[in-house]
Design a protein around this ligand. Sequence first.
Ligand SMILES: Cc1cc2nc3c(=O)[nH]c(=O)nc-3n(C[C@H](O)[C@H](O)[C@H](O)COP(=O)(O)OP(=O)(O)OC[C@H]3O[C@@H](n4cnc5c(N)ncnc54)[C@H](O)[C@@H]3O)c2cc1C
Length: 559
Amino acid sequence: MITDFLIIGSGIAGLSLALKLSAIGKVAIITKKKKAESNTNYAQGGIAAVMDENDNFELHVKDTLECGAGLCDVEAVKKIVYEGPERIMELMDIGASFSKENGELMLGKEGGHSRNRIIHCNDLTGKEIERALLNKVAKKENIKIYEYYFAIDLLTPKNLKRKNKNKNSCYGIYALNVLSNKVEKIISGKTILATGGAGQVYKHTTNPAIATGDGVAMGYRAGCQIVNMEFIQFHPTTLYEKDKDENSSHVFLITEAVRGVGAVLKTMRGKEFMHKYDKRKSLAPRDIVARAIDNEMKKSGDPYVCLDLKNIGPEKIKKEFPNIHEYCLSKGIDITKEMIPVVPAAHYSCGGIKTDLNGKTNIENLYASGEVTMTGVHGANRLASNSLLEAMVFSDAIYKSMFNGDLSNVKRETLDARRETKDTRNIPKKKNEELKRIYDNIYDWNEEGTENTEEWILISHNKMEIKEIMNDYIGIVRNTIRLERAYRRMKMMKDEIKDFYEKTKVNVELLELRNLVTVAYLIICSAMMRKESRGLHFMLDYPKKDDKHFLKDTILVDS
Ligand SMILES: Cc1cc2nc3c(=O)[nH]c(=O)nc-3n(C[C@H](O)[C@H](O)[C@H](O)COP(=O)(O)OP(=O)(O)OC[C@H]3O[C@@H](n4cnc5c(N)ncnc54)[C@H](O)[C@@H]3O)c2cc1C
């Protein structure tokens, strides 16, 4: 396949970008499962943006910087905050319907926000956004979505038959067509990673099964800078289910928005505890709440703490949180009468592939947007509901930077953009033949010397071991001894899996295992480099922030 733009991932980052790029070229979106299956689809709380006269940009910037504990890039933060309202309007224009009261947007509040600024659609915001985006994408002739295509690796100069002396450049990807079980090469003028998060590296996570960190692992292998992977956000409140299937890592989230309207954290015995940790109590930022819960559970030996929703009232609960109400009822808990048992779980990866303010990586013709990136917005801790916004804003930035001149290597057949904008200044005409030449110059996938595996137990056992190690040694609270132990085990597993991969015909389970072990390894290596406590990274043996030595990003590049 040859295309102008190849987008890997069909969440908010990929779809919102595809809609824009379709005006200037042909867009292929590949996605590893069904198109709606993404972290985006599970987002509950909403999108943060300044939409109220009692709020202002400076406050949103200040809240984000405070949460990021010194590591945010101020320009990146300003970018998402100042462009927020415009991106929200865009979502509404394409048909996303957000909760309103008396004709005005209802604005929720979440931990760390000093004002009400969370635009939402009840407690199913992500599903509504994904629906609206997919609906719009279906109407664009220039966009084609390929479901069940799994991106394996980025094509770089090492995949060329005739080498060129150019700097590191991306020509597209090798992808496994899961339905035909064949590996195809997809050549593109511009490649965009929008592959989302990596929560599945942990045993308990709010992320669905697709979130195996494939983009970060692919980027690392191709030579991208991977930054700040130690900052994994644990969501404080996910439903504790005693009889949960041990083989499924995916847990159900209880959005922070319930605390925003009055729900209170208590112990199993009904005693409040958050006042001991922060003056904002149950609405303190997530890292503080997650550590407080972890500490209470460790002190008491209790398997969970509770969320008490009685301040909210049954009618409001049913109206504003219908999804949570129904799900808990299906598990035998009536949240209008009973407290919800909750535990923290891995939720969001603040680190990722480093991009600039235009979403560009350090590899030519390779861009990234969404949770796979480290743009500088989140620093050491993400402020709630800033991630959907970040994805929208940076996808827009990618489009604008391409439209405004960065279109080298892109063939253009469609003139929609010209018609729509009447602006043709910077769009060069590139020939189909150029991409065709690249196609011919890339090696076909070679599976010589590999065989189908009979060793399924090896894959599933390794996967479970990675998750257990991450949960036990690199969770909410860390220390050097645990990190060193985790490093030794993960390094060995990474080498073993590499050997096994080289001898085995690829399949989805193996590809995900290879990516999971890579991302786990990167998280551990990054955590070991940061000998201080900051934001989401809390070290028992270095309990203080150390600005003198560590007010900087942790950068890893494959050597
Ligand atoms: C339960 C939950 C609640 C959340 N609530 C909020 C909230 O209220 N507000 C907020 O701002 N954020 C929230 N987040 C975070 C937010 O949803 C994500 O950060 C955001 O949706 C990421 O969007 P994305 O487009 O980058 O990735 P995703 O939406 O995860 O999309 C990634 C896409 O890439 C595809 N993909 C991955 N690997 C490959 C591969 N190898 N080959 C092909 N395709 C691939 C996937 O199939 C998927 O289509 C929440 C997350 C979760 C899990």
